[in-house]
Design a protein around this ligand. Structure first.
Ligand code: NAD
Length: 447
């Protein structure tokens, strides 16, 4: 049985490792965060992802899944090494490859036989080729009589659906120049081959670009519909119907055409910036991606403007209390990285509003990372506590439990009756319009 090592146990590495262990492979997941490794070894997931706890428990019980903080151990003990460490954005938008570099240097140092190194992290074009060159040099310097193959195998899972996406991905993209690496990944992904998941074999650079191109295209789609939503509000059109009308054309498709507060998360903002950076370095300015990123910043600003306009004719929000439901960048995740909630709440705070917030899973991270809000933003225990005595309610993230909150009671407990539905969850619900002054995104309601 092929022995698998996964380096980095975040949203991607942990889910990937647990899913492969579920397929019966012996999998060792490694992380530099020893605290995380300790908790994982006891079956405690450091992240919230539906289905992950069960998968973790099953892998530990079956003995197929183990954890270590030792790079040396995981490298020596594995045939295939997946790199799943973070590649966050630097100040200038380029990808920070420090963690990737640490892992690759460790592989060069500790590899004790032939290995396949698989780049699962999102890495700029040219990274896999330079990893291959580096490892080649490192082995030659040690006179090692074996080879390390390198493949780029970008990850497309969606947070909140990471387990189901990993079990049944939309596609598997493998960029490599080695037939052995190709065969190895066909063995590792045998379950996907049996499911007839589409496989695309390419060179390194193409695989790396498929990932950035996919995320950038989705960002463009969101920004496109968000720009139209702002215009629709001005001209008396309805963005939900516009998107429905557009989506009926199969060349456009109805997916990813929902207007909202702007995109966030750990991928779209950083991957669009990283692609723009690669464009700049290669003398090609990517106007469309650049516009999508700018439109996204505008969208978040406009959401705060719109709330201030409704509550105080665009003036100061001093004396007003705004209740925010949802902090995570999307439902079913605890991840708050680059969440639009951050910029929109800052916009409200800067206008003098008092902000209360509730999120089913995002508050722990928010308290840890958004420390400048200490004592300024009041975190609540429930949706009802959040709404109580507020002048306005802002539905920031469409968690399923927000669908039915006992709206009569919530409306009665508030001081004002403004409801900003930044996800258009209640656009077709007359009940909410009866109880609140309802503001969706992308139509001129309330007229
Ligand atoms: P994450 O921040 O959740 O996890 C990264 C992990 O790597 C952390 O646990 C960190 O401690 C660990 N790490 C850092 N340096 C290390 C080292 N030298 N050795 C071992 N572990 C180390 O990141 P993530 O969200 O899982 O993303 C990982 C990569 O996958 C990124 O490149 C990201 O762009 C890409 N990706 C993410 C998603 C997503 O939805 N989160 C989807 C597709 C692709």
């Amino acid at each position: 049985m092929v022995k698998i090592g996964v380096m980095g146990t975040g949203y991607v590495g942990l889910v990937h490792g647990a899913v492969l262990a579920g397929h019966g492979f012996p999998v060792t997941c490694m992380d530099v965060d020893a605290g995380k490794i300790g908790r994982l070894s006891r079956g405690q997931s450091p992240i919230y992802e539906p289905g992950l706890d069960e998968l973790l428990a099953a892998g530990l019980r079956a003995g197929t899944l183990s954890f270590t903080a030792s790079a040396k151990d995981v490298i020596r003990g594995s045939d295939v090494l997946f790199i799943a460490v973070g590649t966050p954005a630097k100040e200038d938008g380029s990808a920070n490859l420090d963690h990737v570099q640490d892992v690759v240097q460790a592989i060069g140092r500790y590899a004790n036989g032939p290995k396949t190194v698989v780049c699962k992290s999102t890495m700029p074009v040219g990274t896999a080729r330079s990893i291959a060159r580096y490892l080649d040099g490192a082995l030659k310097a040690r006179n090692a009589p074996y080879r390390i193959d390198v493949a780029s195998n970008p990850e497309f899972l969606r947070q909140g659906k990471a387990v189901s996406d990993s079990l049944a991905p939309s596609r598997v993209v493998v960029g490599t120049e080695s037939e052995d690496a190709k065969r190895m990944l066909q063995t590792v992904y045998a379950a996907h081959l049996r499911q007839e998941v589409p496989f695309l074999f390419t060179n390194w650079e193409t695989a790396e670009m498929v990932k950035y191109a996919s995320n950038s295209f989705l960002a463009v789609k969101i920004s496109f519909v968000n720009e139209l939503a702002l215009l629709a509000e001005k001209v008396g059109a309805n963005i939900g119907d516009i998107a429905a009308g557009m989506g009926l054309d199969e060349r456009i498709s109805p997916h990813f055409l929902q207007a909202g507060p702007g995109y966030g998360g750990s991928c779209f903002p950083k991957d669009t910036q990283a692609l723009l950076d690669v464009g700049r370095r290669n003398g090609e300015e990517l106007f469309v991606v650049s516009a999508a990123a700018a439109a996204n910043e505008k969208q978040k600003r406009r959401m705060a403007d719109k709330i201030a306009e409704a509550l105080a004719f665009g003036g100061s929000l001093k004396g007003k209390t705004v209740a925010v439901l949802g902090l995570s960048f999307k439902p079913e995740t605890d991840d708050i990285r680059y969440a639009p909630s951050y910029d929109i709440i800052n916009g409200l705070l800067s206008r003098g509003a008092a902000v209360k917030a509730y999120c089913p899973q995002g508050m722990k991270q928010a308290k840890r990372q958004w420390t400048e809000w200490d004592g300024i933003v009041a975190y609540c225990e429930s949706e009802a506590e959040c709404a109580q005595h507020a002048d306005a309610l802002v539905l920031m993230t469409e968690w399923p439990q927000f669908r039915d909150l006992g709206w009569d009671r919530i409306a009665r407990s508030m001081r004002g009756g403004h409801f900003f539905d930044l996800r258009n969850q209640f656009a077709d619900d007359p009940r909410i319009r009866r109880l609140f002054r309802y503001y969706p995104v992308g139509s001129n309601e309330p007229a």
